[in-house]
Structure formats: C-alpha cells, structure tokens
Design a protein around this ligand. Sequence first.
Ligand code: ZN
Ligand code: ZN
Length: 370
Amino acid sequence: MSKDYYEILGVTKNSSQEDIKRAYRKLAHQHHPDKKGGDEKKFKEINEAYQILGDDKKRSQYDQFGRTFSGQGGFSAQGGPASGWDFNGFDLGDIFEDIFSARGGSAFGGEDFLGGFGGFGGGRRQSRARRGSDIAINLETSFEESVFGVKRSVVIDRTVLCEHCLGKGAEPDSAIKKCATCQGTGTVRETRRSLFGSFNSLSECSICRGKGEVSEKPCKICRGVGAGKKRTTVEIDIPAGIRDSEAIKYTGLGEAMPGGSAGDLYIKIRVHPHPVFRREGNDLLMDLSLPLSKMLTGGEENIDTLDGRVLVKIPELSQSGDFLRLRGKGAASPRRGGRGDLLIRLYPKLPKKLSSQAKKLLSDLEKEGL
Ligand SMILES: [Zn+2]
Ligand SMILES: [Zn+2]
C-alpha cells in the first residue's frame, strides 16, 4: 500500500529535521536488507521518503505539491480551442527541480552558442545555461477518473524554437560576428553617480542580449528572437490511483529557450470529492446505514461500488461503526500496482417515527433487555 512520506517515516508535518533524521536512522537500521528480518522494499521506501523529507527545500516542495509523476504522453503540434479545464499557466521556476527524475532531456536541445548568462559580478560569466520557464497547469478530474486513470489532452500556448533558424535568430546563411557594443563580452559597464561617488556596474548587453555575438542577417521569420508562441496539444495520461494535488511532469515541454534548454510542463491534478467515497491511502471508505433489524439479524445488501453493484453479506449482530472489507475494490497504487480495498462502515438507521405496532414490538424487546 502506498503511503504518504510522513507516514512512512512515522513523523508528522510538524516534526523537526532532527526528529525526521532520528526516525529515518531507526527505521533504516531496522529494515536494512543485509540484516536478518530486513525488508528491501521497505528499506527503499524509507530511503525515498528520507531523500525528500530530510531536505528542507524538497520537503517544502513536497508539502506544497505532493509527489510528482513523470509523464509518458505524446505531444502533437496542432491544437483545437482550449476548453473544459482550468488553464492556468504560471511560472514555477526551478521549484520542482529534481523532485523525481523524469524521462529524457529537453525536447529542444538547442545548440549552446550563448555560453550562459552574462555575469554581473566582476564580469565573470556564470556556467549555468539559460533555461525556459516551467509551465504548470491545473487539471480537474472526477473521483472515478482519479481511481481508474484517464487520458486527456490539454492545449497550451507555449514558446517553441523558430523552425526556420532553429532558435539561433539568424538566417541560416548569415555570418555571425562579434557584438560591437559589448566587444563580445555580453555585458556593458555603466557608470552611475550618487551622493557617495560614482559606481561602475555591469549589465547585460541589450544589443546581443548577453550573447556577445550578433548575426549579420537576423531571421526573417522570428525577427532574430529565435522563438515564438505556438499552440500545442499535449496528450496527458493520468495514471490510475493519482491523488489530489499530485502532479505529472513532462520534461522539456515547458517554454523553449533559444540557446538554452526548455523548461518542463507540470500537470497538477485536482480531484473532485465524491459524495459517497472518501480516499484513505489506496483504500476507499464509505458509510452505509442499515435498518436496526438488519444490523441485528444480518442479511444481504446491494452496494454500488465504483466497479458496479456488489451483493454483500451483513453479519449478524453488526455493531455501529463495524467495517466490511471488499478486497481490491479500492484505488490503484500508481507506483506499485494493485488496488486497495473498499471499506464499508455500518451504521444503524434509527427511525424518526414509530407506528403503534412497532411500539408494541419494542416493548416486547424491552422485556428481553434490548
Ligand atoms: Zn527564426
Ligand atoms: Zn553585445
């Protein structure tokens, strides 16, 4: 059964890093596969949980976004009108960085001819390549869809590299020359005067946009930008058993960045609550109220589960709050496969009114001590 990382380590959202470390050490020691009675699966689970919760940054990402899955869906270039789902593109920057490793690299590699962002401290160039923004979209699903999985498509207007110049911003036959404004450094020095004297500061060259080089013939299609917006349809394969607030990550399907790598696309799932079923781990819970007589003498009852109608046996002398368990009728575990159970909690339905006949029968029951 798949659990919450806090549950796996037996800690709470309020536990300190010290508590988490202590809990991890104890459990890792206990379940180490080299030990007698060790459990490799459990040990891996504990380690996965500690990798996230033991790191303040990853822990706060996890608190905010839950677990993410790497997406497997395809992606096609043309799309119809976006409709039917919440379409909120917003920039998450790097906050999702390596929550879970995802497949592949960026969809559009782009030759690295920029050499990185123009450095601002002492003119030193930073080694980090430019990266396009991530795109995050909220996608709503019904409770049933989250249990069984569903395929959806979303339409996004994303930045893609210009197909004519492949993101270089120059006509394919254009020569590249050193930027005259910044002498190829990508940065320009500005002198500012203030009450305390004059200061030199470095800023990115606006002519070559920090590249240090310019093309003699800018691309006719993108006017030298190297990229533009394009409507894209992404097929989303929502795995069976996904939970509310979990996200699916599509590496490289965020905004493209000429000369750098594309950001990622995050599909954050919002599961609508169900009027009957509640989810607890991979189990589903429901309440069932029965006539008092059926609770006492037992019998059979038709239950509408998410898999259809099932006839269940009500045991004699069922107590209020007793559970019936229907194995395998719960939600799927998207990581481990298999399904949880459906737990049916029994309650007596007490009457609001009594007929004189019922009163008479009850007075007989009273004599029986009931
Ligand atoms: Zn172009
Ligand atoms: Zn320049």
